[in-house]
Design a protein around this ligand. Structure first.
Ligand SMILES: [Fe+2]
Length: 301
């Protein structure tokens, strides 16, 4: 068996607004569109994924929050209606997804051996979080690949953002070992936005783009700093700045997704592919990908 590898890493934000705006058959509410910069960027990245040979999507989500250890989905199928707790008017999505349980267990074991508290989620009625569903839908609307879904441990709340960063790195190293031993070709996904200060009032029509704008200039400047480092292939610096960035922008990086993925990928020193940046209810969202293969890596934007 050949050694497994990470064939692409994606930073894939999950505002439910993007699924709402796309009007897929799985989602009940109907929209008139909106947030095209992000949706068109996602469509381009989804086309790239169609051309990549891979076996499984491995994702870490900030909306499956676990306070004791890191948990992994552990049943072959999950099927239910996912309702966003904050935006039930936008997201009521019928999902039906498959899990690569063997790889999920291998990652859980590798993390456990590295000293991380772990647990397999074996409840077939467990409701998968909307972050996972939104990122997976936008990257792979056909849902024709299994996933591994990893919770975000709340070490940021119990301890500090520095502890979160170190624990996410340890989890990333363990997951990489499990991927290499599995022989599988993996697309890794960190499912989150960057700066995360929300509007306090929703527009009467959510998709009214005349109401969408950057909420706070300082947060925007921080986001652009991070995007510049991504473009310049300085992901170790992004990792080192993560505590300060996360605290100052209330960023969703607090769940550890980007730190986990960048550590697993060995802190890429090549440019990220940038697929778009846009505000959603004031939060800063960038879609980015890291392609280890220089022959297929593109300058997108
Ligand atoms: Fe979120």
């Amino acid at each position: 068996m050949s050694k497994g590898e990470i064939v692409l890493g994606c930073l894939a934000p999950h505002p439910p607004h993007l699924v709402y705006a796309d009007n897929p058959p799985q989602n009940q509410p109907i929209s008139e569109g909106g947030w095209e910069t992000l949706r068109w960027g996602y469509a381009k990245l989804a086309r790239k994924l169609k051309e990549i040979d891979y076996d499984v999507i491995v994702l870490l989500t900030p909306h499956w929050q676990t306070y004791i250890g890191t948990h992994f989905l552990g049943c072959e199928k999950f099927k239910s209606l996912s309702v966003d707790p904050v935006f039930p008017n936008l997201f009521r999505y019928n999902y039906d997804l498959e899990v690569d349980v063997a790889l999920s267990e291998a990652m859980c074991d590798a993390a456990s051996k590295a000293g991380i508290v772990t647990q397999m989620m074996r409840n077939p009625d467990f409701r998968v979080d909307y972050g996972t569903i939104t990122s997976c839908h936008l990257l792979n609307p056909e849902w024709d690949k299994p996933i591994v879904c990893i919770s975000s441990n709340r070490s940021r709340h119990y301890y500090s953002v520095e502890v979160m960063n170190e624990q996410a790195a340890a989890l990333g190293t363990a997951c990489r070992k499990a991927i290499e031993n599995s022989g599988k070709r993996v697309v890794m996904v960190a499912s989150h936005s960057l700066s995360h200060r929300h509007f306090t009032e929703e527009a009467p029509l959510p998709e009214d783009m005349s109401r969408e704008h950057i909420y706070n200039h300082s947060q925007y400047v921080w986001d652009m700093k991070m995007v510049d480092l991504m473009r310049n292939g300085e992901m170790k610096q992004v990792f080192d700045l993560m505590p300060e960035f996360t605290e100052q922008t209330m960023a969703e990086t607090e769940g550890g997704g980007l730190s986990w993925m960048m550590t697993a990928m060995g802190f890429p020193d090549y440019p990220a592919e940038i697929y778009g940046y846009q505000s959603v209810i004031g939060t800063g969202n960038v879609i980015a990908a890291w392609d280890p293969d220089a022959n297929t890596r593109e300058v997108v934007l």
